[in-house]
Design a protein around this ligand. Structure first.
Ligand SMILES: [Ca+2]
Length: 695
């Protein structure tokens, strides 16, 4: 924010003249600002920001825009024919002992020597190169009085032909400078004059420093100063103290100017001839009329005709600085004496609208659901951070609430310049957890089942191993198989599929009886011993497949069954249980059905193929036997273990070559014993056999 201090003062003095009570003289190309002394009675240009005294303007993003500068040019009318007087702040440009001490010997009520001025001073329409100081706080351009008496007695008021002509009255009052009163250390009691300052701001300065009053010599504080400014012809009068001795010359004092004839003059209000006193006041007498000057403004410091860039003419200029630069104000001014002044001075504008570098990044642009992401703003500047998501730090980590989140960061640098950048983070859609096709869903122990995800995913990882969409398993018991599926981003979901395993049945049965004689003529009862409780609990169903071993089978849902054997033999009976899941198992037991043996009571071994040999009908060759034959006298004529000659179930004669055919025996009656070690029974048959050949 640019300040507007001194605004009132500016208004006040602009009423009278385009000048400012504080200003800067920068000679030539000088850039540095010097505010220590008030030289602004000289022609000068002291550009500053309008409404302030700022010669250094700082523009950043908070206040970039047009800037109006005012030249603060000090110049006066081209002719000093008349004057106006204004009160100015009491701020003498020099000390009261500046210059050279004069009136060191002959002092009171005298005019001093003529002093040659290095510049021509215009005064009431005339020009002067010389001035003469008077010891009663006056100075005159009337050089004829030099060295003469400077009258102390007067009573007229300005203007008056009875007062000094062509004279400046810097409180003309009868003071009493004395050589003996001079203090060389402090300068008290001394009168000084000199041409001070440097072109184009030289001044004639005449000072009276703590001079005593005539007739009131105890009052020793009279202190005044006259300053004649080169170029502007401004006359300043400073009074540090103007006491009065009312008992002497009516205490009269007067401040003002008179022309060369005493017909024109000017005095500040209340400061015409009278016994007034003053303390620390100052008056400025300014030639009336509009000054004629030109202020030209340049971009930068180059004011050359060839390359200088003129950006405006006039007391003020409004510019739009886009970069750091100087603006130079150039005052070109012709004083009343024809002296030409060409004065430049600069203001400096610093433009700092550099926006901070900024890059907003995310640790990942696309993340999985519920995954954290770190958002970072990178800038090489010292900034404040303001995120649309509320954070105020350079970096933060969070889980985005939405599938698409744009993080916008506004950073503000110390120069109030902002930069904005953003990054958008996409949260991937949630992966649907896998569901499965299990075929078959229920198996018997050891069988294969294939598990396939219903949806296709980017990748699969089965817990038991496997990276395909399907796995084939052969569990022994009901088992769950877990798979982790993932999408292209690596986001995952997990689920498991169950394969139900049914056990194989433990089948058994009892045959009752399992040994029987065919002649018993009974049904064999088959008593199922299988424990089916485990299957019922699984809502399984099952079927019994019986194979009775004699060529007959039975399929039944009944638990037990029975069977009648119509022939003899050793029958391997098998029971197979088949469940609805094709689980199956079987058990076998042998049922022995033994025949009743039949023996011939006669054989006719005559070679006709009929009854030639002793053949046992229904003989089971799998069991041990022994045949012994005796003649009528009891002599054993035949003996064989495991006699094999038989007539089988089909009436076919078997093993006749090894059978008893009474070879070498005569016809007649014989007796036999047949031992038979059956599974069911062991018999010993006794009977007779008749051998007849000749029949
Ligand atoms: Ca005197």
């Amino acid at each position: 924010m640019r300040l507007t201090r001194h605004k009132n003062a500016i208004k006040k003095f602009n009423v009278m003249i385009r000048k400012i009570f504080v200003s800067v003289i920068i000679m030539s190309m000088g850039v540095a600002s010097v505010w220590a002394q008030n030289f602004d009675g000289c022609p000068s240009v002291s550009p500053s920001e309008l409404g302030t005294n700022n010669t250094e303007v700082y523009l950043d993003c908070s206040n970039i825009g047009p800037v109006t500068f005012v030249a603060n040019a000090v110049a006066t009318a081209a002719e000093a024919n008349d004057y106006t007087v204004v009160s100015i702040p009491y701020d003498p440009p020099y000390g009261y002992t500046a210059g050279t001490r004069i009136f060191a010997n002959a002092t009171d009520d005298t005019w001093g020597d003529v002093l040659n001025l290095p510049f021509t001073f215009c005064y009431y329409g005339n020009t002067y190169d010389q001035v003469v100081p008077g010891a009663n706080s006056v100075a005159t351009f009337n050089t004829s009085v030099a060295g003469g008496s400077c009258a102390w007695s007067y009573s007229a008021s300005i203007p008056s032909t009875n007062l000094f002509h062509n004279t400046i009255f810097a409180c003309y009052r009868d003071i009493y400078p004395s050589t003996s009163d001079y203090n060389a250390t402090t300068g008290d009691g001394g009168i000084f004059q000199g041409v001070l300052g440097e072109y184009p701001c030289r001044s004639y300065v005449l000072s009276f420093n703590n001079i005593k009053l005539y007739s009131c010599t105890s009052i020793r504080t009279f202190t005044s100063m006259i300053v004649l400014y080169e170029g502007t012809n401004i006359i300043d009068i400073y009074l540090r103290d103007a006491p009065t001795c009312t008992s002497w010359n009516s205490g009269n004092g007067v401040i003002g100017l008179q022309n060369s004839t005493g017909t024109m003059g000017i005095t500040p209000p209340g400061r015409n001839t009278g016994p007034w006193t003053a303390h620390e006041e100052a008056w400025r007498f300014i030639p009336t009329g509009e000054p004629v000057y030109t202020v030209t403004w340049y971009l930068g410091t180059d004011t050359s005709a060839a390359t200088g860039i003129v950006v405006g003419v006039g007391d003020t200029i409004t510019v739009w600085p886009s970069e750091t630069t100087y603006y130079t104000a150039r005052l070109q001014y012709v004083a009343c004496n024809g002296d030409e002044f060409d004065i430049i001075n600069q203001v400096h504008v610093t433009v700092d609208t550099t926006r901070p570098e900024l890059e907003v990044t995310a640790s990942q642009d696309t993340i999985c659901p519920e995954q954290e992401v770190t958002i970072t703003a990178t800038t090489g500047y010292s900034v404040t951070y303001d995120w649309n998501t509320g954070q105020t730090s350079s970096s933060f980590t969070l889980i985005p609430e939405n599938e698409v989140t744009t993080f916008v960061c506004t950073v503000t640098g110390a120069n109030h310049c902002e930069s904005v950048d953003s990054v958008t983070v996409y949260a991937a859609a949630v992966i649907p957890p896998p569901t499965f096709i299990v075929e078959p869903a229920e198996i018997c122990s050891g069988q294969n089942s294939t598990i396939t995800t219903e949806l296709e995913y980017h990748a699969y990882a089965w817990a038991i191993g496997g990276t395909g969409r399907s796995i084939t398993v052969s569990p022994d018991v009901t088992t769950s198989y877990s798979v982790t599926v993932s999408d292209e981003l690596g986001c995952t979901a997990e689920a498991e599929a169950e394969v139900v395993v049914h056990p194989h049945p433990e089948v058994d049965f009892i045959a009752s009886p399992d040994h029987l004689m065919l002649s018993d003529n009974i049904e064999v009862q088959f008593l199922n011993q299988t424990d089916t409780s485990g299957f019922i609990g699984l809502n399984d169903t099952y079927t019994w497949y019986w194979d009775f071993g004699d060529g007959e089978t039975q399929v039944t849902d009944n638990y037990n069954t029975s069977h009648f054997y119509s022939t003899w033999g050793e029958f391997v009976v098998t029971l197979e249980m088949v469940t609805s899941f094709d689980c199956r198992n079987s058990a076998s037991h042998t049922v022995y059905v033994e025949p009743d043996l039949e023996f011939p009571n006669v054989i006719t071994p005559n070679g006709d193929g009929v009854n030639d040999v002793f053949a046992v009908k229904n003989l089971n060759l799998d069991v041990p036997n022994r045949l012994s034959i005796y003649d009528r006298w009891g002599k054993k004529v035949f003996d064989m273990e495991n006699y094999k000659t038989c007539i089988d179930k089909n009436g076919i004669l078997c093993y006749p070559e090894s059978g008893f055919s009474a070879e070498k025996l005569s016809d007649g009656v014989y007796y036999y014993v047949f031992y038979y070690g059956g599974h069911v029974k062991t018999f010993e048959y006794h009977s007779s056999l008749t051998v007849v050949r000749d029949r």
